[in-house]
Design a protein. Structure first.
Ligand SMILES: Nc1ncnc2c1ncn2[C@@H]1O[C@H](COP(=O)(O)OP(=O)(O)OP(=O)(O)O)[C@@H](O)[C@H]1O
Ligand SMILES: [Mg+2]
Lengths: 351, 236
């Protein structure tokens, strides 16, 4: 006596589209690396250049992934695009840079103070960005929770501009240099001729543990379960005894903390910061979240990495002026075949 | 002093008044039914008790303690669990995760395991489907899950909103047998039902709601023989 029946197969046209959706997309995503691999092999006889693109793509993509998670977590729980999230990332960079300068760390500082200085900067950026994100929710989104969806959307845009102006007042309108503590461009070691720079290592060493801690927190901990329950049905969550307000604050805190960490990595990697980095960076990370399937944590990471790879290959081989067009070209392609994104799940809206 | 006491509550959705002075009582260990046609205010009464749509005026007390204006999550903590209208299972979580969330506020993990086994005994289907996502289960299975999830809170009072909605007559009968069993084990139950036959069987007393007011209240057996009730709610 099976109550749940097996769904009938979709019609042929649908199935073809699904096949294109899964295999076609993988193929499309592989076009660039495969093409460049062939080029490298014929021109140089090795894959060093492609390898270097991929390494740089990975370490840049990790930054976008960290920021993208904040968009996706918040969207999952309150169905709001937090347009101020890019600025949270920018503030993370500013906090890190200021602390490093305050501590008096420079390129010439010894390894031990640099290590502890960066650790302190990481913690402070995470705490600062996380707290700021919680405050924004409290002030600009929570009072509008039962208002029409457009209302918090427009306050989000407003918060984004306000924070940009805070950045402008804080560090001025020009790009600001950050002491290159890590000697970011320095080759740490080479693997099969591919150089790995200090900044690449920083990016991976910070990002991977954060991702592991974050996913296991959300999947296993009691509060993580409360987050997922609230995202799926806030009213039912309240009936379970979950404090929805606290849970939403927690979500903003976690998203903000990851953006703060991304801010530190970015500052160390680029060694320049400016008030507008949150706008461009936020847009890229938001694209990553949509590409991966907004609301899906792994999707955000995947989207971030894919965009990182595309950017580096395009910057290095096609020309930086083409990069945004190529990134968004990919986004459009993916959306056409998978409207809910690569790993998209149904959200409350859609389901 | 009644265990659950609702006194003259008025509840609104924005400007729309849904309840116009409802009073009712439920004694410890009792099973009480609310019947009434569509829009009479049955669900709103339960939502006022559980805090999802708090009453604007009037008072609700549980075991002598006023809970009228507590937030929903704290009312759950006081011992009122609800299987809501439309079931509201967490669709993308497994059956087991749903049940575990029912016990969200509890810390007594060994007792939680015992209660989990008890829910599986009451609803063997849930035991078989532990790892299935709630959203892929049939309506009847989700109804069992919603009731089981409410039981996992180990509540003092269980609120059930239309457990027969969208379910075959055979399964409805099974669910009502289970409700009777839960009540016999000592659970206090406030039940809402449109399809009143089964509900009047398991409950001792019932209230008839009409447009936000209590139109009638009596023992279930007496109401069952009332010609007006028979015509309006028993389909005879
Ligand atoms: N979210 C809401 N917003 C506005 N009005 C509502 C809302 N929910 C219920 N109402 C109104 O409140 C009144 C009582 O509704 P309620 O859901 O309590 O009825 P009910 O007795 O449970 O009916 P049913 O048997 O159809 O579930 C109805 O007039 C309904 O239209
Ligand atoms: Mg109802």
């Amino acid at each position: 006596m099976e109550a749940a029946s097996i769904p009938a197969g979709p019609p042929a046209s649908q199935r073809v589209k699904q096949l294109i959706g899964t295999y076609g997309l993988t193929a499309v995503l592989l076009i660039m690396p495969v093409w460049f691999a062939i080029q490298d092999l014929t021109d140089e006889g090795n894959l060093v250049r492609l390898g270097e693109n991929l390494v740089a793509g990975l370490s840049n993509g990790a930054i976008w992934a960290l920021v993208a998670i904040g968009y996706t977590l918040v969207y999952g729980i309150v169905e709001l695009i937090n347009f101020a999230h890019g600025e949270i990332f920018m503030i993370g960079s500013f906090i890190s840079a200021s602390l490093i300068v305050t501590l008096g760390l420079t390129v010439d500082s010894a390894a031990v103070p640099v290590f502890f200085g960066l650790l302190a900067a990481l913690l402070l950026a995470m705490i600062g960005s996380g707290t700021l994100n919680v405050l924004i929710e409290r002030v600009a989104y929570r009072p509008l929770r039962s208002a029409p969806k457009l209302a918090p959307l427009i306050t989000a845009v407003g918060m984004s501009f306000i924070l940009q102006n805070v950045g402008l007042l804080w560090k001025g309108g020009n790009q600001q240099g950050v002491p290159d503590l890590l000697n970011a461009q320095n080759t740490l070691f080479t693997v099969f001729g591919v150089t790995i720079e200090n900044a690449d290592v920083l990016s991976v060493v910070v990002t991977i543990p954060l991702l592991i801690v974050m996913t296991s927190f959300i999947n296993r901990s009691r509060l993580g379960k409360a987050m997922r329950a609230t995202a799926q049905d806030p009213e039912a969550a309240r009936l379970m005894g979950i404090n929805v307000d606290t849970t939403i604050s927690l979500t903003f805190l976690l998203g903000g903390m990851l953006a703060g960490a991304a801010g530190l990595i970015y500052a160390m990697y680029q060694t320049t910061i400016w008030f507008f980095q949150g706008f461009t960076g936020g847009l890229i990370a938001f694209t990553a979240a949509v590409m991966g399937g907004i609301g899906n944590l792994r999707g955000a990471v995947l989207g971030g990495l894919i965009i990182g790879f595309i950017q580096q290959m395009s910057d290095n081989r096609i020309g930086t002026e083409w990069t945004p067009a190529i990134v968004f070209g990919y986004l459009v392609l993916i959306m056409v075949f998978k409207p809910s994104g690569l790993l998209g799940e149904q959200t409350r809206d859609a389901g | 002093m009644s265990f659950l006491k609702v006194e003259d509550i008025h509840t609104y959705y924005g400007n729309i008044q849904a309840l116009k002075g409802i009073s009712l009582t439920v004694e410890q260990g009792e099973c009480v039914t609310l019947i009434g046609s569509n829009g009479a205010g049955k669900s709103t009464t339960l939502r006022s008790i559980s805090g999802l749509t708090p009453a604007r005026t009037g008072t609700i007390t549980l075991d002598g303690e006023e809970i009228t204006h507590l937030p929903a999550q704290e009312i759950t903590g006081k011992g009122i669990a609800q299987s809501p209208e439309g079931r509201k299972c967490f669709q993308r979580m497994t059956v087991r995760e749903n049940l575990e969330l029912g016990a969200y506020l509890r810390r007594d993990s060994s007792q939680i395991q015992t209660d989990l086994q008890r829910v599986f005994e009451l609803f063997p289907r849930l035991d078989e489907r532990q790892a299935q996502k709630a959203g892929t289960m049939s309506g009847g299975e989700q109804q069992m899950l919603a009731i089981g999830r409410a039981l996992m809170a180990d509540p003092k009072v269980l609120l059930l909103d239309e457990p027969s909605m969208g379910i075959s007559p055979v399964l409805t009968e099974r669910i009502y047998e289970t409700i009777a069993e839960i009540n016999q084990q000592g659970m206090t139950i406030l039940l809402v039902e449109q399809n009143a036959n089964f509900a009047l069987d398991v409950s001792k007393r019932a209230y008839v709601l009409e447009t936000g007011k209590v139109a009638m209240t009596d023992n279930s057996d007496t109401l069952r023989t009332n010609p007006d009730v028979q015509k309006a709610y028993l389909g005879t």
